[in-house]
Design a binder for this molecule. Sequence first.
Ligand code: CP
Length: 318
Amino acid sequence: MRSFQGRDILSLKDFERDEYLEIFRVADELKVYAEKRSNADLLRSKTLLTAFYQPSTRTRLATEAAMHRLGGHVLGFSDAKMTRAGDFYQESIKDTVHMLEYYGDVIAMRHYQQGAPAEAARWASVPVINCGDGWGEHPTQVLTDLYTIWKDKGTLDGLTVLCVGDGRMRTMHSIVYAMSQFDMEAALVFPPDMSLPEEIKADIDARNVHYREVESVDKCIEEADVIYMEPVVQADYTKSRVDPENADKGLTPAAYKVTRELLRSKAKSNAIILHSLPRMDELPTDVDSTRHARYWFEAYNGVVMRMALLALVLGAAE
Ligand code: CP
């Protein structure tokens, strides 16, 4: 298995099965600090730099919380407009990263341009973690999601995952790549104009991922062990910011919603729902009080998973 020390976490495309299991093992080892709300000193001599060019609630704060839980230091920006990259100069990724690498030992980056974290990694002498890049990937979110499934089901093999939402969405890309390493089947329920990009279909075909495209949730929910959701009423992820006042926020068609009624009438008794959040109306809030909801546990695991990743790339866990 390749070492994680010093490694960039940019994509799940070429992650291997043993690497997922190793990250889960380290997450299990470190989760005690999150459980007890106490801070360790494992990374006391290290600094995390968060470079967020796009809004985030969970990913940035969970990554920062993870660093604090391990006793490390945190600095960064959550609005590029307050940096030279976001004002008159439009400073390039290369020039920006040549500064950031002097200020921290690991860079966690979210960007509206697909490939921006990979471009940063070309120039940085410290590891870069992709925290979501345009319509690209969101590896730390999907590692969190897989860990959540693994904790609940005890395995990732033999599971059918219903992915519903927007197939252009970065989480959907990372999760179908991850499926290449496990005996998983996917039912993909995406609106026709939001299907998986052809190049990703070609990639997962080449990797032997078992998936089929289905037109609505009610046609496949009874098979699902895991219901993996994203909105179809979606922000434009290629923009640094979308003005909520002017955004077209339609309603989600029934084909892409998971309701209490549908769960009661058709879902497996032990099916679990994951949603990386934020949600729109595709997942009504009354589902929160059903036994199927796992998205709050998923959000909690977001801290645990980032603790594991930071410890691994900074060489504090093997
Ligand atoms: N799940 C997720 O990426 O949420 P944020 O956009 O709030 O980070």
